[in-house]
Design a protein around this ligand. Structure first.
Ligand SMILES: C[S@@+](CC[C@H](N)C(=O)[O-])C[C@H]1O[C@@H](n2cnc3c(N)ncnc32)[C@H](O)[C@@H]1O
Length: 301
């Protein structure tokens, strides 16, 4: 399925609400460039640095926007936006670059979810992998097959917010003695059997898979520090917009934005969510939340 950019109009509104047009843009989670492309239509003169830790997204960007790369108005980087300082230090052109607008659209893209080979989905059978960056790091199966009982319970409790993961974990430990886990369906069907379908509308493996994905991709722990580092890359008056898809992420963003009042201010006091028609037409939009932070002082009229 094609990736539909979430909360597109509110993101554009945040960019249009700046005092100056966007000249320099950073997209920390390029995906398939839906937000990038829409911003480009509004600000055709902007120069951009786009990042994705998934090589497929980087290759897509290089193919689709090759002319802009050649023309010098686009730079595509492979890596995590958490490590932007490192990426910046290895490229002299980025050394003193600051941005009017930075967007972080967290989570997975539709092409990642839909490709069974990536191992994100419990509906499709594929390797139990879940790495966005397939060139490095632990796969979900490495965690499932090697972590201790307590470590797995903590993982599902803390990141999946599963209240009683004990029975599933005990069963995993029992099963992996004979047959290590290698596929998504192996794990999903074990969870279906142990948990049953208690919560209407949600597959019983949803929260277990989310917890594994968060751990495999280190989605939460480095986020707080990354937000502060990204604000440092903004020009005075520039904005950082973050889209989150679950409560743990949103909490980190909300608290961090509140705590940085000495360098700027949260633009929207109330979190922005998708309207019912967007939620209806795009399931990814249902849990999406937008928060924006502006660097510098508030204008007092
Ligand atoms: C929700 S999609 C972004 C979609 C994009 N805004 C669009 O409209 O096409 C998230 C993308 O961010 C990437 N990603 C997630 N966390 C990342 C991180 N820490 N650093 C770089 N890329 C990341 C994923 O690989 C995925 O391609």
């Amino acid at each position: 399925m094609e990736h539909i950019p979430v909360l597109l109009q509110p993101v554009l509104d945040m960019a249009l609400g700046l005092e100056q047009p966007v000249h320099t843009y950073m997209d920390g989670t390029f995906g398939r460039g839906g937000h990038y492309q829409a911003l480009l239509e509004q600000f055709p003169e902007m120069t951009s640095v786009v990042i994705d830790q998934d090589l497929e997204a980087v290759v897509f960007a290089e193919k689709k926007f090759g002319d802009r790369i050649e023309g010098g108005s686009l730079k595509v980087l492979h890596g995590s936006f958490h490590d932007y300082e490192g990426l910046k230090n290895s490229d002299p052109e980025l050394k003193n670059k600051t941005f009017d607008f930075i967007l972080i659209d967290l989570g997975v893209s539709s092409p990642q979810l839909d490709n069974p080979e990536r191992g994100f989905s419990f509906y499709h059978n594929g390797p139990l992998d879940m790495r966005m960056n397939t060139t490095a790091g632990l796969r979900a199966q490495d965690i499932i097959n090697t972590w201790t009982e307590d470590a797995l319970k903590d993982l599902f409790f803390n990141y999946g917010e599963v209240h009683r993961p004990g029975r599933v974990v005990a069963e995993v430990l029992q099963k992996r003695k004979d047959t290590p886990f290698t596929t998504t369906r192996q794990l999903a069907s074990l969870i279906e059997k142990v948990e049953g379908w208690r919560k209407k509308g949600q597959h019983p493996a949803t929260r277990y898979f989310l917890a594994l994905r968060i751990e495999v991709n280190k989605e939460l722990e480095p986020l707080e520090a990354a937000l502060e580092m990204l604000v440092q890359q903004l020009k005075n008056g520039g904005r950082l917009v973050v889209l989150t898809f679950h409560s743990l992420e949103d909490r980190i963003v909300k608290l961090k934005f509140k705590s940085m009042q000495d360098i700027g201010f949260p633009v929207n006091k109330k979190v922005i969510q998708a309207a019912w028609n967007e939620k209806k037409s795009n399931s990814r939009a249902r849990s999406a939340k937008l928060r924006a932070f502006q660097k510098g002082e508030k204008d007092h009229e």
